[in-house]
Design a protein around this ligand. Structure first.
Ligand SMILES: Cc1cc2nc3c(=O)[nH]c(=O)nc-3n(C[C@H](O)[C@H](O)[C@H](O)COP(=O)(O)OP(=O)(O)OC[C@H]3O[C@@H](n4cnc5c(N)ncnc54)[C@H](O)[C@@H]3O)c2cc1C
Length: 312
């Protein structure tokens, strides 16, 4: 099949990779590359954040976990496997995600901050600059054409037997049948790494969403999750608050300078949309709405897209 993928974020590129690997002739259309999209702003830690933990999501997360761990064997991919801690402040935390993680253990008394419980586990993460560039190169090597262009409507997409819509938060504008997708704005500051390797997430921190994800030379510090906010400019007051929270959680970050900053719009949705969409005159598959888990679900969902199209 000649398949056009709209979107060159982590989802679109991974879908293009798997379609090309399955022998299809693939083209990607996008008006921004991965690094300039939401994907470039991500902490890119494996964790199904901001999506319901349905059996399908957990299966995709597990498949992606395995693929990323495999990729981490080559450091040039930008994928690292690191230990860290998922903190929770709820009396009955959802730990269904641990089914996908071979190495994990619940923290004992006194191991978590006061008022929190936690799970220590080992998961993959992607150094986004390196990983997204690597992924783009792999896609090119498989013969995929990457074209920089805005797509105003699916009718404009010529020369394709099938289309995959992987446009993140802007996907509904192309499909016209979804009023449930909203931006969930996330702002991060990347601090010079004082030598940390362990990550920590504290989603229910009473002062606000807090996470610390050390990569190679820097540490991604977040975060925010502002539902309905489209503004992609960095807010200095938000950054100050984020830095206060992460420094309280990880004192080693106290005097580390900010190396860079980013804002991304997570594609928020009640559930990931991965399904055929009728009414466009040819097979169209929607693959978006990955919330805070686009990296976490990418390989598993890309495999599903291939199976859906081949069954169409
Ligand atoms: C601060 C932050 C932290 C995060 N941390 C994590 C994490 O730790 N782990 C994790 O798994 N996920 C994380 N995420 C979520 C993750 O970044 C997203 O789920 C993911 O990037 C979505 O990828 P995508 O490819 O669907 O969309 P995007 O990256 O937004 O890419 C969309 C693509 O579609 C193109 N496009 C859209 N509409 C059109 C059009 N009409 N014409 C042409 N091109 C179009 C854009 O140009 C772009 O190429 C985080 C997000 C943020 C903001």
């Amino acid at each position: 099949m000649r398949v056009t993928v709209v979107g060159a974020g982590v989802v679109g590129l991974t879908v293009a990779h798997e379609l090309a690997a399955a022998g299809h002739a693939v083209r990607v259309l996008a008006d921004a590359d991965a690094q300039a999209s939401t994907s470039g702003a991500a902490a890119a830690l494996w964790f199904p954040h901001g999506v319901p933990h349905t059996p399908q999501v957990l299966a995709s997360a597990a498949a992606t976990y395995r693929r990323l761990v495999d990729l981490a064997r080559d450091p040039a991919t930008g994928v690292r496997v690191r230990a860290g801690t998922v903190l929770s402040r709820r009396p009955d935390p959802d730990r269904s995600w641990t089914s996908a993680v071979p190495e994990h253990r619940v923290l004992g008394p006194g191991e978590a901050p006061a008022g929190a419980s936690g799970v220590r586990c080992t998961v993959p993460l992607a150094v986004t600059g390196t990983y997204l560039a690597w992924l783009q190169e792999q896609v090119r090597r498989r013969g995929v054409a990457l074209e920089r262009r805005a797509v105003g409507s699916l009718a404009e997409v010529e020369g394709a037997d099938a289309v995959v819509v992987a446009g993140g938060v802007r996907s509904p504008a192309l499909l016209g049948d979804d009023r449930t997708t909203v931006p969930v704005r996330g702002q991060v500051a990347r601090l010079a790494n004082p030598g940390l390797t362990e990550w920590v997430t504290d989603d229910d921190n009473p002062d606000g969403l807090t996470y610390v994800v050390p990569r190679d030379g820097d540490v991604v510090c977040g975060g925010t999750g502002d539902v309905g906010a489209w503004d992609r400019s960095v807010d200095p007051a938000v950054e100050d608050a984020v830095l206060r929270r992460v420094r309280a959680l990880v004192p080693a970050l106290a005097d580390r300078p900010v190396l860079s900053r980013a804002v991304g719009l997570r594609p928020g949705r009640p559930d990931v949309r991965l399904e055929p969409v009728e009414g466009h005159g040819r097979p169209v598959v929607a693959c978006y709405g990955h919330g805070g888990a686009g990296f976490t679900l990418s390989w598993g969902d890309a495999g599903r897209v291939v199976r859906l199209l081949e069954g169409a």
